[in-house]
Design a protein. Structure first.
Ligand SMILES: Cc1cc2nc3c(=O)[nH]c(=O)nc-3n(C[C@H](O)[C@H](O)[C@H](O)COP(=O)(O)OP(=O)(O)OC[C@H]3O[C@@H](n4cnc5c(N)ncnc54)[C@H](O)[C@@H]3O)c2cc1C
Ligand SMILES: Cc1cc2nc3c(=O)[nH]c(=O)nc-3n(C[C@H](O)[C@H](O)[C@H](O)COP(=O)(O)OP(=O)(O)OC[C@H]3O[C@@H](n4cnc5c(N)ncnc54)[C@H](O)[C@@H]3O)c2cc1C
Lengths: 387, 253
């Protein structure tokens, strides 16, 4: 077993951390308070991120990305995760890996503009009636001549307002399986501005201010067969192949935010004096710090191990679920305790803690709720026993 | 023209420095280390000279523990072409003194024959501000210290220096030693693609014996102490009171 970082990994961390502290932190408060990310600010930071090679760094080198192994990529995600989500997601974007599944024409048309920073992608799976149970989706597509005609509603779709196109997952029929009928799902590229495709403002969200979500409506929206991503009826297969490490990405960004909160709590406990001594001298405070640091380390080890296994091809679904589950729950605990250690000041938005605490909430819901992660882990345990 | 840039691995400027209990120095065990910020500025300047076509090759050299390799890799990732590591000690607590560093650099200069040596004006760990000057004396080359602007024109370098209360512009004959100050430039981020490429750049490992230099310390540290904590201030009620206190108590006006 080898736990050291390579020179490259150390430098990736240094560069990304410096970028986050210098280019993103100064804008956080304004974005948090307004819930808005001005376009000229996006463009300004984006250009700097492109110059530093940080933009679309999740992509392979042959399409202009950084060509990182999974662990190095997640170390970069952890650093970005320290900052306001809207700022790092939009200005240091990571186009979805699923865009790599496209044909050469689709890559030119959709992937490359995202990598060059000209547009953004968004992924539309969730519906008002289908969240954890995505296969239960109602939105559908039927073939008509050489085209497909899309109908239905998607909601909670992140940054669909900025995105130039969406990848929409639609039910395209049903097949019989030994466990009953199962919906067949197909993924489609749909350009903004396509007739019958509307993007509406979504809900105001407690977490990640400035990072919007939208409602997508498809009303007899017609797209050509060339817009199918992967093969027809194989939408979830494409997603499973290309979105495998997304749970680890969520874990990594949680780790960064948790570490930021922990470091603030440690400094505050060392400096803040009450009853004639630093509050870190009270066991009521210092034992909290010990538990926070230990839990964070445990979450990190789960995440880095899963990342390493991902590249070895030995990772299991349970490995990735454990990392995501642990990191998101540890973040919630650390954010809460960091506020406790700061007393009343922890609740004020002059410090990043109140928003780290708010932001932590969504992490246990998206990319698979904590219950779904526990379901995945336990199913793997029981299946091994034929249960 | 080849540019040689010496870079030092020092305690990161963000780290809260702690003095060791026995007063022998600063505790460097398990502390984040980084490239001396002034050296980062020197590396940046060298790379800019190369980008402008003034320099043809940027060689970085570091003298110290084996881990200085990390500092060299960072310089390579910023854009330097080649690195030399002179492993002069195996203890992170040992600081190689300016004279030994200058002697080693003089030997490297003889071997590499650069047209310009760009150093940081000082290292932020011991603040000696001596290596560039000593190197100049050992080589018999001109020197220009505290540079905030550098223009190379044929066989002269025009250097703007930050001196007390203003700027001084001097012209020095090449080859020369320039030590750089804070305002010369803003160093770039080592970009991710360049970080990945740095791995393939050559890094030569040497020892002081290869250059016939004795690095044994000549100075002995008697005591290291923390700076005295700042005393609490007082509030004054009026401008008149302030002036009276500055006159009578502080004696500054
Ligand atoms: C801010 C935000 C951004 C999002 N962005 C996107 C996006 O860009 N694209 C996209 O497609 N989706 C997106 N989502 C949707 C997200 O993936 C879903 O919210 C998530 O999958 C949960 O679905 P749901 O909200 O419908 O909850 P439900 O699935 O209705 O779950 C409700 C509760 O029931 C529990 N539950 C459900 N099934 C089980 C079970 N089998 N066993 C035990 N408990 C169960 C859940 O754990 C949860 O506690 C986003 C969501 C949010 C909040
Ligand atoms: C929204 C809001 C409204 C408020 N309104 C008012 C108001 O109207 N009037 C007013 O006077 N005050 C008000 N307060 C102040 C409030 O009463 C204090 O925030 C509270 O008493 C805690 O003090 P502190 O924030 O300075 O934290 P600190 O006392 O600095 O505590 C920091 C941390 O150290 C811990 N700690 C401190 N001492 C010990 C110890 N001996 N042993 C173990 N742990 C210890 C604390 O539990 C906490 O975790 C308000 C605060 C808020 C947030």
């Amino acid at each position: 077993m080898q736990f050291g970082l390579s020179d490259e990994q150390r430098m990736i961390i240094d560069t990304t951390r410096a970028f986050v502290e210098v280019e993103l932190y100064p804008h956080e408060l304004a974005v948090e308070r307004s819930g808005h990310l001005p376009l000229d600010l996006i463009r300004d930071i984006q250009q700097k991120a492109i110059a530093a090679g940080l933009y679309a760094a999740n992509m392979p080198a042959e399409v202009g990305g950084a060509g990182l192994d999974t662990l190095s990529w997640l170390l970069y995600e952890r650093e970005l995760g320290r900052a306001n989500y809207a700022l790092h997601w939009t200005c240091v974007a990571r186009p979805s890996n699923i865009l790599l599944a496209g044909t050469p024409e689709q890559r030119d048309r959709y992937l490359m503009p995202c990598i060059r920073g000209e547009t953004w992608d968004c992924l539309a799976m969730t519906e008002p009636g289908a969240g954890s149970d995505l296969r239960g989706m109602k939105a559908s597509a039927r073939q008509d001549g050489g085209d497909w005609v899309l109908n239905g509603t998607k909601h909670f779709i992140s940054h669909a307002d900025l995105a130039g196109f969406t990848i929409a997952f639609m039910a395209t029929g049903e097949e019989d399986t030994p466990r009953g009928p199962k919906k067949k799902i197909t993924a489609f590229f749909v350009d903004k501005g396509t007739k019958g495709f509307t993007v509406r403002d979504g809900y105001r969200n407690v977490s990640h201010r400035g990072y919007t979500n939208a409602v997508l409506e498809f009303d007899d929206c017609r797209v050509p067969a060339a817009n199918v991503l992967g093969e027809p009826h194989k939408g979830f297969e494409v997603a499973n192949t290309w979105l495998g490490a997304t749970r680890l990405q969520v874990a990594a960004t949680c780790l960064g935010r948790a570490d930021r909160a922990l470091q603030l709590a440690i400094s505050y406990a060392a400096e803040r004096r009450q009853f004639g001594q630093s509050i870190g001298k009270f066991q009521g405070v210092s034992f909290k710090l010990a538990d926070m640091a230990m839990e964070l380390k445990a979450a990190e080890l789960l995440t880095w191990e899963a990342a390493w296994k991902f590249d070895q091809g030995t990772v299991s679904e349970a490995d990735m679920s454990m990392a995501k589950l642990k990191a998101s729950e540890v973040l919630a605990m650390i954010a809460d305790e960091a506020i406790q250690i700061h007393g009343g000041m922890g609740l004020m938005d002059e410090l990043p803690l109140e928003r780290i605490w708010r932001d932590a909430r969504v992490e246990r819901i998206w990319e698979g709720t904590s219950e779904i992660q526990r379901h995945i882990i336990s199913r793997e345990l029981l299946r091994a026993q034929g249960g | 023209m080849k540019v040689l840039v010496p870079v030092k691995r020092v305690i990161d400027y963000n780290v809260k420095v702690r003095v060791k209990a026995d007063g022998s120095g600063v505790d460097l065990a398990n502390v984040k280390m980084s490239m001396n910020p002034f050296d980062e500025i020197a590396v940046e300047e060298a790379i800019r000279l190369k980008e402008k076509g003034v320099a043809t090759e940027v060689v970085v050299v570091s003298i110290g523990v084996k881990q200085s390799q990390e500092t060299l890799r960072t310089a390579l990732a910023m854009g330097a072409d080649r690195a030399i590591l002179i492993e002069a000690t195996d203890s992170v607590q040992t600081d190689i003194e300016p004279l030994a560093v200058a002697k080693l650099l003089a030997a490297v200069v003889k071997e590499e024959a650069p047209g310009l040596v760009l150093c940081g004006k000082q290292a932020i760990d011991n603040d000696m501000n001596a290596t560039g000057q000593m190197l100049s004396a050992l080589l018999g080359w001109s020197q220009a210290t505290f540079a905030s602007e550098l223009v190379i024109d044929g066989d002269t370098a025009k250097v703007t220096r930050e001196v007390d209360g203003g700027l001084q512009t001097i012209s020095v004959k090449m080859p020369t030693i320039v030590t750089v100050d804070l305002r010369l430039n803003e160093p770039r981020y080592a970009s991710l693609p360049n970080i990945m490429k740095a791995k393939a750049k050559p890094l030569a490992a040497k020892t002081p014996a290869d250059y016939g230099v004795d690095v044994a310390p000549r100075l002995s540290v008697l005591k290291t102490v923390e700076p005295a904590g700042r005393k609490a201030g007082i509030k004054v009620g009026s401008v008149d009171e302030l002036i009276a206190k500055l006159k009578d108590e502080a004696g500054v006006i």
